[in-house]
Design a protein around this ligand. Structure first.
Ligand SMILES: Nc1ncnc2c1ncn2[C@@H]1O[C@H](COP(=O)(O)OP(=O)(O)OP(=O)(O)O)[C@@H](O)[C@H]1O
Ligand SMILES: Nc1ccn([C@@H]2O[C@H](COP(=O)(O)O)[C@@H](O)[C@H]2O)c(=O)n1
Length: 226
């Protein structure tokens, strides 16, 4: 069973690269950010923002996340929220959940259960987020911190949202990316690699090269285990 842990800031390419790496290896894929987003969606729907109440919402919810890299989906209380959790409202308010230590403990427990079950079932899993290499799966077989210069990440995200990275779209995206990283830095450490974690700087490499670099690190770890 192989566990690949990938962390990094907003827009660096964690989700897209992790999904492709999972696909190529026949592994499962877990987007932990989608879990925080789903719980934030739930709290926003119910008008809950008090930290104590946030934890209660999470404990009582019926939650499903697909770990199939070919088909990513998220359900909360039987409602498909796959698209809604990507809204600007959720993106700017996700910290109502991710900044609450008890809420994190709940989600980390769920993430560890999924990692054990799916890696046993599929032979491996690629898990991505902000605290996977350090807190959720510090014993993962391969641990990677993906980085890229902030202006490059903003241009990538702007291209994704607006179709192309024009001056206007870049400005509109800048605050979102930088703001989220600043807020997230208060609870998780994803800008510098912890001991034993590989840093993969993607500033000057494209998507395919990033995937190849992760595949190379997996091969390297496999070689070391033989
Ligand atoms: N190395 C790369 N070079 C160029 N573009 C890339 C690279 N890696 C990913 N991308 C593109 O950048 C965009 C953002 O990637 P992605 O959504 O995977 O980032 P993320 O780190 O998961 O962000 P977030 O944490 O905000 O969800 C996507 O359009 C993706 O195709
Ligand atoms: N391990 C993680 C993953 C995510 N978060 C929080 O969720 C937000 C959304 O994550 P995306 O990867 O979908 O951008 C993120 O901004 C964090 O607040 C987290 O705390 N830990």
């Amino acid at each position: 069973m192989t566990v690949i842990a990938i962390d990094g800031p907003s827009g660096v390419g964690k989700s897209s690269v992790s999904r492709e790496v999972a696909r190529r290896n026949g592994f499962g894929y877990l987007d932990t950010g989608a879990m925080y987003r789903a719980m934030a969606w739930l709290c926003l729907q119910r008008g809950v923002s008090d930290p104590g109440d946030v934890v209660e919402q999470i404990r009582g919810v019926d939650f499903e996340i697909s770990t199939d890299p070919e088909h990513v989906s998220v359900e909360v209380d039987g409602i498909d929220v796959t698209t809604d959790i990507r809204s600007e409202d959720v993106s700017t308010n996700v910290q109502i959940v991710s900044s609450v230590p008890d809420a994190r403990e709940e989600l980390i427990g769920m993430q560890r259960d999924i990692i054990s079950r799916v890696s046993a079932d599929k032979g491996g899993i690629v898990v991505e987020g902000r605290d996977i290499t350090t807190v959720v799966a510090p014993d993962a077989d391969v641990r990677i911190l993906m980085t890229a210069r902030e202006d490059v990440r903003i241009a990538r995200r702007a291209g994704e949202i607006h179709g192309e990275a024009t001056e206007e779209s870049v400005e509109a995206t800048r605050a979102q990316v930088a703001d989220r990283d600043r807020k997230d830095s208060a609870t998780t450490s994803f800008l510098t690699a912890a001991e034993g974690v590989h840093t993969l700087d993607t500033t000057h490499i494209d998507f395919d090269e990033s995937v190849e670099a992760v595949m190379g690190l997996i091969d390297q770890a496999d070689g070391g285990n033989k």
